[in-house]
Each structure stands twice: as structure tokens, then as C-alpha cells.
Design a protein around this ligand. Structure first.
Ligand code: UDP
Length: 419
């Protein structure tokens, strides 16, 4: 495994953004954990929501006095083909689990387990890719450590065969954390708690950009900044339904000829399907000059994502499955009118008609887009309510507090459940 260099962040910088009570709680919990060694393990340092979270959570853990580290797996590429299939199957797609697949999966986890130092107080293992590492760490050797499995996926209707294979691995942990209680896999015997993710308001991706700066950046991609723009930012993945987004755009275009669409997606290193899917999307767009399919390969980095999200007239997240949808949080934080699939953790963020719109198909989604474009002022108010909702619930200090609580509960031997 490889250590990720996360640099420094200071919790004091967040004082003006979140409540005094929350900051006091963080201080109190951190004091009880001073010097404790915390390890986070996941599959990738680039692309996707988990990496996004760890780039802020890990340095903040260090800043409040813990010794925090982040390791990513560095397996042969075939491993990620297997674990992306696991990801899809855990979100509901059928999957044929063979002995060969099990062997390939366990071989990597076993090697990574052998790589681990044994002196951590708490190990937080994210998602299915590194899940089985726990199984290969000798209990006697690692007896002082507390193990947490943090699942970011919507695992409410998993493929049964795969769920039966993976659940015993989860049961070797001390606790499992899901985004929503209903995501907990059947057959778990460990305590389960739920914690919603959060964004970092001070990360370059979420920093306030002036209207002019956002326009200037978006303009560089050939987009006409004086015409309306629909946007979806997400990995090129069928669960995010980018083809559905193109259908929405086409439907809106029939009534608003001036509309444009940008589909912006990064290529996560643990998502080998992204490339094929990008080709499918490009073919589906059929060379429409008002549709822009962009990725990190076109030099879209954090600041550019910020600019797109700050500038778009409507931000879409038309997912058909979603663990939480940090892209929704990011759009709401930028006070943009947001329309998203009513799936997974998205309804935690969007109350339909109040902080954004929830939709379940192309027709409703297109109709809501037209509404937003027709009445920008009314929807500006809606978007501002969305921003306040994010401020109260989905900013990083709250997530830091929830993590500290879990560590305190484990180390001090309290019963977990419902963090
Ligand atoms: N993201 C990005 N560039 C892209 C696409 C996505 O930086 O081209 C980021 C996005 O801003 C968000 C994260 O990746 O912070 C995606 O998290 P989310 O929870 O929405 O979805 P996931 O990819 O974890 O399923």
C-alpha cells in the first residue's frame, strides 16, 4: 500500500463557518484521543467521494492532536475490475461470484494485511475493495486495534451471493458505518451506525469564486457563458445515468433552443469501466456542439469543477443509485438550483421543492429544468435554502466530530449505534 501525503489543514480555519458548540465538542473529544494512532485505508487517492473526504478528514484529525495516516491500495489493475463488479453488485446488479474471483480478491487483501503496521488504535477501512484485509490480520497480533468498516455505497438491495460472501468479512470488524441505516447488509452481527458524509468548504473545489472568475474559467472550455448551462459532475458510471442526462437536455432543448449541457467526469483509478462508458457517452451525444463532455484529461481539476458548479444555471445529479452524492452537496453549497434523483442519500440533502428538486425520470427532470430556467429568482431562494441546509448538516467539522465520537466510543468501550 502507499501512503497519501495530505498536507496540512487547521480546524481553527473553520471557526467562522460552523457553530461554536460543534467546535467545542470537537475539542472535548479530541482531548480524549490525543496521540491515538488512526489509519484510514481505501482504494484510490483520486476520483470519487471517499478520496475527496479523506484529503480533509485525515489532516484535520492530525491537527486536533491524533496521529492520522491514509494508505491506498496499489494492486494489479485486474483487482479493480473485480472490485468495480463488487461495487455494482452491492448496488444491485447480478453477479456471478467464482472461486477464481474470490482467490484474486483475497490474495491482494492478504498481501496488504501483511504490509500493515500493527500499532494503530483505530483502523477505518473504506468500501469493499480493502474490506477483507481485516480477515488476514492475525487477531493476536492486532489485538489492541479497533476496526471500523465504513461503507459509502447504497447496499440496500445487494446481489445475494456477493453479500453472503462479504458479510462474514464485515462481521470480523467491531462496527460498520453506513450513510443510512437502511443500507446495512442483511446478516450483520456487528453494531451498525450511520453517518452522513460532508464536504470541505475550504477546499479549492468549494471556495467561493466570483461570478466573473467562474465565467472566465467556464468560457475557456468553449461554453457560451451568456447562454443557459445544465451541468452534471460525476464519474462516468451507469449509476449516475449520464445518458439519461443527455435525454433530459434533448427534451429541454425542444423548448429552450439556447440551452447547453456539460457532463464533467473524472477517471477514478479504481474505476476501469469509466473509459468504455466515456466512449458510449460521446457516441450518444452524436457530435451535438452544445454538449460538452469533459474530464480530468481535458485539464478539469478542482478549480474548474468549482467554476462549473458555481456558474451552471441548473446542476443535475440524475443518479439511479447513490450512496450520498457529494456532488449534490457541492452544488447546494454554491447555491445553485439542484435537481437530483430521489435515491440513496440524496433525499437527506434535498427536500423536494424546498432546497432543490427530487426527480425519478427524464420527463420530470426536464420539466423541473425548464421551471428553473423560466423562474431564476424563485429558484435562487430555493438554492439559498439548500446552502443553509448544507451549512447545518454536511460540512467537514460535523463529520470530524462524528468520527471522533466513534473512536472515543470504541477506545473507551462504549456500545455503538446511531452516531
Ligand atoms: N469529482 C471530480 N471531478 C469529476 C467528477 C467528480 O472532482 O470530474 C468529484 C466530485 O466533485 C465529488 C466526488 O468526485 O467531490 C464524487 O463524489 P460523489 O459522492 O458524488 O460520488 P462517487 O464518485 O463517490 O460515487
Amino acid at each position: 500500500m502507499r501512503e497519501v501525503n495530505v498536507g496540512h489543514k487547521r480546524i481553527a480555519d473553520y471557526r467562522s463557518i460552523v457553530s461554536r458548540e460543534l467546535m467545542a465538542e470537537i475539542e472535548e473529544l479530541a482531548a480524549r484521543l490525543r496521540g491515538r494512532r488512526i489509519l484510514h485505508v481505501n482504494a484510490t487517492a483520486f476520483g470519487g467521494g471517499v478520496a475527496e473526504i479523506l484529503y480533509t478528514l485525515v489532516p484535520l484529525l492530525t491537527d486536533v492532536g491524533l496521529e492520522a495516516e491514509w494508505l491506498v491500495m496499489a494492486p494489479p489493475p485486474r483487482f479493480f475490475t473485480i472490485t468495480k463488479a463488487f461495487h455494482n453488485a452491492l448496488q444491485g446488479r447480478e453477479f456471478e461470484l467464482t472461486d477464481e474471483v474470490k482467490m484474486a480478491y483475497e490474495t491482494v487483501c492478504c498481501a496488504d494485511a501483511a504490509d500493515l503496521r500493527r500499532d494503530y488504535d483505530v483502523l477505518v477501512v473504506h468500501d469493499p475493495q480493502p474490506l477483507a484485509i481485516r480477515h488476514f490480520v492475525d487477531l493476536a497480533e492486532g489485538s489492541g486495534a479497533h476496526w471500523v468498516w465504513r461503507c459509502h455505497l447504497d447496499t440496500s438491495t445487494p446481489d445475494r451471493g456477493l453479500s453472503e460472501y462479504l458479510t462474514p468479512f464485515v462481521n470480523e470488524y467491531e462496527t460498520a458505518v453506513f450513510t443510512l441505516p437502511e443500507f446495512a447488509l442483511d446478516g450483520l452481527t456487528v453494531p451498525v451506525c450511520s453517518i452522513a458524509p460532508a464536504i470541505d468548504p475550504l477546499a479549492p473545489k468549494n471556495m467561493a469564486l466570483s461570478r466573473e472568475d467562474a465565467r472566465y474559467i467556464v468560457d475557456q472550455f468553449g461554453i457560451d457563458v451568456d447562454r443557459p448551462l445544465l451541468l452534471q459532475v460525476s464519474r462516468f458510471d451507469p449509476w449516475k445515468d449520464p445518458l439519461g442526462v443527455v435525454d433530459v437536455y434533448r427534451s429541454v432543448k425542444k423548448e429552450r433552443d439556447d440551452v447547453q449541457l456539460a457532463l464533467v467526469g473524472s477517471m477514478a483509478s479504481d474505476d476501469p469501466e469509466g473509459w468504455d462508458y466515456l466512449e458510449q457517452i460521446s457516441a450518444y451525444v452524436e457530435g451535438d456542439p452544445d454538449v460538452f463532455v469533459l474530464s480530468n484529461l481535458d485539464n478539469v481539476g478542482s478549480i474548474e469543477i468549482d467554476a462549473f458548479q458555481s456558474h451552471a444555471d441548473v446542476v443535475l445529479q440524475k443518479s439511479v443509485r447513490e450512496g450520498f452524492g457529494l456532488t449534490v452537496t457541492e452544488a447546494l453549497w454554491k447555491a445553485r438550483p439542484t435537481i437530483a434523483g430521489a435515491v440513496g442519500g440524496i433525499p437527506l440533502q434535498i427536500e423536494d421543492g424546498k432546497t432543490g428538486y427530487l426527480v425519478d425520470g427524464v420527463a420530470t427532470c426536464a420539466e423541473r429544468c425548464l421551471r428553473v430556467l423560466a423562474e431564476p429568482e424563485r429558484h435562487r431562494e430555493m438554492a439559498l435554502r439548500g446552502k443553509e441546509h448544507v451549512r447545518s448538516h454536511f460540512l467537514m467539522p460535523r463529520l470530524l466530530r462524528d468520527h471522533l465520537r466513534v473512536y472515543v466510543d470504541l477506545i473507551e468501550g462504549k456500545t455503538l449505534g446511531g452516531a
